[in-house]
Ligand binder design. Structure first.
Ligand code: ZN
Length: 451
């Protein structure tokens, strides 16, 4: 017997959630199975009731139905395929492809009568709320107060989803994996859209960010059709609705797109290769330009260094030349000084000779007292030092200053003497002014007679 407290608990759940005996999840199934769905008539429900009661311990349907529990096992068997490889032997022998009510099904939910351990198969429309609730409670340890109609539906949907996915993968999985892996990289290069542009320092130009294309452009078959990214739809980590998790297998659209993209993938790969080659060529050219520029800079640097070196050398050379020139100047200066001294010595010798010649002692301008005389003597020293002859007049003045020799008689004295003594009178040689004056006095006294 089913434990009394367990049954009470189930009754409590049913009361709380207002559950009916059966869960209608037919809409899930209708989209999936390839079978004409005839609207269930009362006949199927009656058949279910009669057959399950017959298999139960109790004869009363109200009690009997509570003896059954879902096991958690579900098998998907497409209508036209053999159940042999899918269903366990115990079910193969009974009614594959059918609910216990006789209705055609693809989804085989296993139930067990916990009183007599009989196992049966029902479709998703005839799996009872009780059956699922007991499974969740007993097998999955879900607390009773968390069991709701919604949770039961979710369990059925999940079971169906898992099974459909498993069935799909058994059929197409290998093909899908092969094609998906073959195109996933290409997909992320091709099924993209241009984002913001940015400066790319590698290519040295503005490039567009490539964003994964999340929505298709236009319709399939149209010339401008651009599919949404296959990777995005299937398993992109940023996609919270990626099909690998929401469905477990690709939807029809994704599967079709993958096949089409796979067929065209070589063309896409060629285009990508050409694009990559262009980028690589460009980067190479930029590197080459940079290398040439670097060479030019290096050459410039060397030239500058050489020019600086030449400038330094020129400056040094100039300093050397200037130093040498200073030496030469100094030598010349010294030579000039020596020459001056020699000249001075020579002129001194000449001056001495001239003094002897004119019979005057050697003199300096300082022996004169009057300025005029000092200047005159200076002139005479210069003239005599250079060996130049003196005029008689210069000599008279010189002797007058240096040796106090009286000056010669003036022309007026000579004229007066001749007037007094007569034109025949011969003026004595070297008559000076003093003598001339005495002579004039004597002639005046004697009336012109020379004494
Ligand atoms: Zn049924």
């Amino acid at each position: 017997m089913t434990a009394e407290n367990e049954l009470n608990e189930l009754r409590g759940i049913a009361e709380r959630v207002g559950a009916n005996d059966h869960i209608d999840v037919g809409s899930i199934i209708r989209d999936i199975v390839d079978e004409k769905w005839v609207n269930p008539t009362g006949a199927y429900n009656i058949a279910l009731k009669e057959r399950l009661t017959a298999l139960s311990v109790s004869d009363n349907w109200a009690e009997a139905k509570l003896e059954w529990k879902a096991t958690g096992e579900v098998w998907y068997v497409p209508m036209r395929e053999s159940a042999d490889d899918i269903l366990p032997a115990i079910h193969q022998e009974k009614h594959p492809h059918e609910c216990v009510c006789g209705h055609k099904i693809a989804w085989h939910f296993e139930i067990i009568n916990t009183e007599n351990n009989i196992r049966e198969i029902v479709g998703s429309e005839h799996i009872g709320f009780w059956m699922v609730a007991r499974h969740l409670l007993a097998d999955l340890n879900i607390p009773a107060d968390m069991i709701t109609q919604e949770r039961v539906k979710v369990w059925i949907k999940e079971s169906v989803k898992t099974m459909k996915a498993e069935w799909w993968w058994s059929r197409w999985g290998e093909q899908f994996e092969e094609w998906f892996n073959a195109v996933k990289e290409t997909d992320l290069r091709v099924n993209v859209r241009d984002g913001e542009s940015y400066w790319d320092s590698d290519t040295n130009r503005y490039e567009h960010q490539q964003l994964v294309r999340k929505k298709a452009v236009s319709k399939m078959g149209e010339p401008d059709y651009a599919m949404a990214s296959i990777v995005w739809r299937w398993n992109h980590p940023n996609n919270s609705r990626r099909q690998i998790e929401t469905r477990g297998y690709p939807n029809e659209r994704l599967w079709n797109d993958l096949q089409m993209f796979y067929i065209l993938s070589q063309r896409w790969k060629d285009e990508i290769a050409a694009e990559d080659a262009e980028t690589a060529r460009r980067i190479e050219q930029l590197a080459e330009q940079e290398r040439i520029a670097e060479e030019r800079r290096e050459r410039q640097r060397i030239e500058n260094e050489e020019r600086r070196q030449r400038d330094r050398e020129r400056r040094e050379q100039r300093q050397i030349e200037e130093a040498e020139l200073e030496g030469v100047r100094e030598e010349r200066r010294l030579a000039a000084v020596i020459a001056d001294r020699i000249n001075a010595a020579n002129s001194n010798e000449t001056f001495k000779d001239m003094c002897e010649y004119y019979d005057v002692p050697m003199f300096t301008p300082n022996i004169a007292t009057k300025d005029w005389d000092k200047r005159f003597l200076t002139d005479m020293i210069r003239q005599m030092s250079s060996g130049k002859q003196l005029s008689p007049r210069q000599l008279s003045f010189l002797r007058n200053i240096v040796v106090d020799e009286p000056l010669p008689a003036t022309d007026k004295q000579i004229w007066y003497i001749k007037k007094l003594a007569g034109d025949d009178y011969v003026i004595p040689d070297g008559l000076n002014r003093t003598d001339a004056s005495s002579l004039i006095d004597q002639l005046k006294r004697t009336g012109g007679l020379i004494e």
